[in-house]
Design a protein around this ligand. Structure first.
Ligand code: ADE
Ligand code: ZN
Length: 320
């Protein structure tokens, strides 16, 4: 599976940091990270909210633009080894200098340089989606949207929202999304991972997104599925993440195949691979085993990702 060319639309940059990378930075900076690793050195969390705690604790060792240069290189090298030729990474000004615009520009310069170096070394193409964090609230989201709007361009092509879906409602973040839209950024929102079909409906209506992060719980509402199919709203489905976090008890129970059969554009991503003990080829292998997916099925999701990618036409055509 590794050799198949893949596109990934949903990858959190910090969430892709291997535990050993985070431990290395913690040692360099003398940061005590007890309570986030298990006995074997893997990330340890009890449930989704605890996952967010561990995630944010790991981010405390990412303290300088140089740390983000190293992280970006490490993540893109691992993705490239999985056959990924194009990746969209969620980048969080919250963890890059606390949403200060000048600091964000410095961090972003380091990530942009790392992406260019990775492209020169391995051919992998990266674009960034600036992401606000829902449980940090609407005011923080507006500051994040300002960082996004001020740096929108060839590399920063999108704006999104991640974090605890059960906190607040999409409409609370409409102002931040309006700012991003005015800056000509393309829009996505995590929804329907925990908040049901209603959460997907609200994100589409109140934020005007063209993609949904996860969105899998739309399966509960046949009318919504028709609307998503009709509007061509693409789901960034991360089955391994959903199974690891307990949204579904196992791969066979995952709705990805039913979503696809309902005509909804579906793509496949890893979300936060080391947290969920997954990789892109691991996702593909599980899809082959659980649903009998074969080469034409993988080609279909690759073309769906190409259609939904937040990049310019020239980049899209070069990938085709
Ligand atoms: N941030 C990183 N991974 C996430 C997930 N699966 N859901 C919401 N926010 C996240
Ligand atoms: Zn995510």
């Amino acid at each position: 599976m590794k050799e198949l060319p893949k596109l990934e639309l949903h990858l959190h940059l910090e969430g892709a940091a291997p535990p050993a990378f985070i431990r290395g930075l913690a040692a360099e900076k003398s940061v005590n990270l007890s309570g986030i690793f298990d006995a074997r050195g893997a990330y340890a969390y009890r449930d989704f909210v605890d996952f967010l705690r561990v995630y944010e604790a790991a981010c405390t060792v990412l303290q300088t633009p140089q740390d983000f240069y190293r992280l970006t290189r490490a993540v893109l090298e691992a993705s490239s080894a999985e056959g990924v030729i194009y990746t969209e990474a969620f980048l969080s000004p919250d963890f890059c200098g606390g949403r200060d615009l000048d600091a964000w520009r410095d961090y972003l310069a380091a990530m942009t340089e790392a992406a260019a170096d990775a492209e020169a070394a391995d051919g992998i193409v990266m674009r960034g989606i600036v992401t606000c964090i829902r449980h940090f609230g609407p005011e923080a989201a507006r500051e994040t949207a300002r960082c996004a709007a001020e740096t929108a361009g060839a590399f920063i092509t999108g704006f999104g929202i991640a974090g605890d879906e059960m906190k607040g409602a999409p409409k609370d973040f409409a102002y931040a999304f309006d700012m991003a839209r005015e800056a000509e950024l393309q829009l996505t929102a995590h929804a329907g991972e925990w908040g049901g079909a209603r959460s997907v409906r609200d994100a589409v209506r109140d934020l005007g997104v063209t993609r949904i992060g996860h969105g899998v719980q739309a399966i509960e509402d046949p009318a919504l599925l028709e609307e998503l199919a009709e509007a061509g709203i693409t789901l960034e489905v991360c089955p391994g993440s959903n199974v690891a976090l307990g949204v579904y008890p196992n791969w066979r129970a995952h709705p990805i195949e039913r979503l696809r059969k309902a005509g909804v554009p579906v793509t496949v991503s890893t979300d936060d691979p080391p947290f969920f003990h997954t990789t892109m080829s691991g996702e593909y292998e599980n899809l082959a085993q659980s649903f009998g997916w074969e080469l034409p099925d993988f080609a279909a999701i690759t073309y769906a990702a190409l259609d939904a990618a937040f990049c310019d036409t020239a980049t899209r055509e070069a990938l085709r």
